[in-house]
Design a binder for this molecule. Structure first.
Ligand SMILES: [Zn+2]
Length: 205
């Protein structure tokens, strides 16, 4: 992860052939499958996760996404060890980025969901987990990395526009609350606009 930290603030690049973010630590998750034929990427979904809840660091998120949680390490893990979930990318508290699913494949992050009248958001979205909790301010470096990531996705996937970023709570209201009130949407939008040099007000869908 050291090389990612060294790139803090610099542009990221997505390889459209492999669907991998260049230079990022890739740990393949089995929790993914093919996207439906002809399904273009159109959406970025922002989530949060911390394992155990409210604690940062440790190998637990990686283990959850690779089905390697034994369930005995912490009482909370007993409840979640059978879950088959993933996200394409994880941004740690220090801003470092990890990838679990190539962008061309469908990660299992959104569940039952709907965006602009379309259901099954996993089919056409990129799932990004921020290590964090709903009510705890996110780190500066997480915003830096997320904005660089969104700009890189907009560069490579024509269906993803600067305003195609939303929260899990927005596509699964009543069921999900992440990334929570602590997430500063205007700040993300400003950083993305800055990177893409696009004018405008609120980019949120
Ligand atoms: Zn979520």
């Amino acid at each position: 992860m050291r090389d990612v930290l060294r790139r803090d603030g610099l542009p990221l690049r997505v390889d459209p052939v492999t669907g991998l973010v260049e230079g990022v630590h890739f740990v393949p998750s089995p929790n993914c499958d093919e996207r439906p034929p002809g399904c273009d990427l159109e959406l970025v979904v922002v989530h949060n996760i911390s394992l155990p809840p409210g604690e940062y660091g440790g190998p637990w998120i990686e283990r959850l996404f690779t089905n390697a949680l034994a369930g005995t390490e912490h009482p909370y893990f007993e409840d979640i060890r059978g879950l088959r979930v993933s996200a394409h990318l994880l941004i740690r508290r220090d801003g470092s980025l990890m990838q679990f699913v190539p962008l061309g494949l469908r990660a299992w992050h959104a569940g039952e969901s709907s965006w602009r009248g379309r259901s099954r958001c996993n089919d056409f979205s990129v799932g990004v987990e921020l290590e964090g909790a709903d009510d705890v301010p996110y780190e500066d470096r997480q915003y830096t990395t997320l904005s660089a990531l969104v700009a890189a996705l907009v560069d490579v996937y024509p269906g993803i526009r600067p305003d195609s970023v939303t929260g899990h709570s927005d596509i699964a209201p009543g069921r999900k609350t992440d990334p929570g009130p602590a997430f500063d949407w205007p700040r993300l939008h400003a950083l993305v606009r800055q990177r893409l040099a696009v004018p405008g007000q609120d980019l949120r869908a």
